[in-house]
Design a protein around this ligand. Structure first.
Ligand code: ZN
Length: 349
């Protein structure tokens, strides 16, 4: 039986009369994370020629797109720091326009401790939830808000923004774009390149606030700024740096075409589009997946049990359900996993 677009064959959450004995959760995995990649030396980024810590600008001297590439919005995701530092050291040959590299959260990075590597994600709050004007122009103060306000002029001038991230739990790399056609076009143009993740996911953001890729400059109807985010692999693995460098090379080579036409001049493969349908929030502290799912896995059948949450069982609601970045140890109230459906066109204007 074929599955029509939008059709669901099973409820996501079903309350059980009592805890299932046949589907035990796999329990809480031990919080031990392998750090194969050492932290980069970012000394040169402390006081760069731009005068703003973490901001390095390359100007071709010719008119062209404003390209902005951000890394380490989360301080412990330093694969992105490696990627930008490698380009800075090797030098960048820019065809046209201007390129701005931003190592975003140096203060959090400075707190990195290999014995507890998850702690350096932020200082006061998540820098990737602050990009709505109500926060940026509001009266609150935090280390991350001050930084967001300092970086905002560079973000607001970007024609093309690529925000580099990595994941704590194992997950297939993928691009994420907000539901704006111009940004989905950027993500698809990058995903069509060689040695890059093929999946382009569009979503409706997170409850906790606006991400960098959702700054008004990229979201406003009729605007021209395009943005996307790359989840390039695990935080502390060399392969993640390689994926990020491939994405940067692709963006620099295709920037003018993407900026002017919305697509690249060379495409090695067809991007695979997907749209988030469900954000599964852990309602109970005992939330546990029935197995340690990896992000990027597609579950063929609707009604496949995914997780326990208190007395509830969580199921796949439709066939060919794609799991997006499962958080294998969610706290109560945290996002545990997102479910996505493959689609032909996720675009909205
Ligand atoms: Zn991140």
């Amino acid at each position: 039986m074929s599955c029509k677009a939008g059709q669901r064959h099973h409820p996501v959450r079903v309350r059980q009369p009592r805890l299932s004995e046949t589907l035990p959760g796999f329990g809480q995995p031990p919080p031990v994370f392998k750090v194969s990649l050492p932290p980069p030396d970012l000394a040169m980024w402390r006081l760069p020629p731009s005068g703003v810590p973490g901001v390095w600008i390359f100007d071709s001297g010719r008119s062209g797109p404003e390209i902005v590439i951000t890394a380490m919005v989360h301080g412990n995701e330093y694969a992105g720091g490696w990627a930008l530092e490698n380009f800075r050291r090797r030098g960048v040959s820019l065809i046209s326009g201007r390129l701005t590299f931003i190592v975003a959260n140096l203060e959090a990075f400075d707190r990195f401790d290999i014995s507890n590597p998850v702690m350096a994600r932020h200082v006061d709050e998540d820098l990737n939830r602050l990009w709505h004007s109500t926060r940026l122009n509001g009266r609150d103060h935090s280390s991350e808000l001050e930084r967001a306000r300092q970086l905002q002029p560079y973000i607001a001038r970007a024609d093309l923004l690529l925000d580099l991230h990595s994941t704590l739990w194992p997950s297939e790399p993928l691009f994420i774009a907000s539901p704006r056609q111009r940004s989905a076009e950027l993500a698809c143009a990058l995903a069509a390149g060689r040695n890059l993740p093929q999946t382009v996911l569009t979503d409706l953001g997170h409850q906790g606030g606006s991400r960098l890729i959702e700054h008004a400059h990229f979201m406003s109807p009729g605007g021209t700024g395009r943005s996307c985010l790359l989840e390039a692999g695990s935080h502390w693995e060399t392969g993640t740096v390689t994926v990020m460098e491939s994405a940067i090379e692709r963006l620099l080579a295709q920037a003018e075409a993407i900026h002017l036409r919305g697509h690249a001049t060379q495409e090695s493969c067809e991007p695979a589009l997907a749209v988030v349908t469900d954000n599964i929030i852990a309602r109970h502290s005992d939330f546990s997946f029935v197995r340690p799912w990896e992000g990027g896995v597609t579950i063929p059948k609707a009604g496949t049990p995914l997780a326990h949450d208190g007395h509830d069982l969580i199921y796949t609601p439709y066939d060919e359900c794609l799991l997006i970045m499962p958080n294998l140890r969610p706290r109560r109230g945290q996002l545990a996993v997102r479910l996505a459906r493959r689609t032909a066109s996720p675009f909205r204007s």
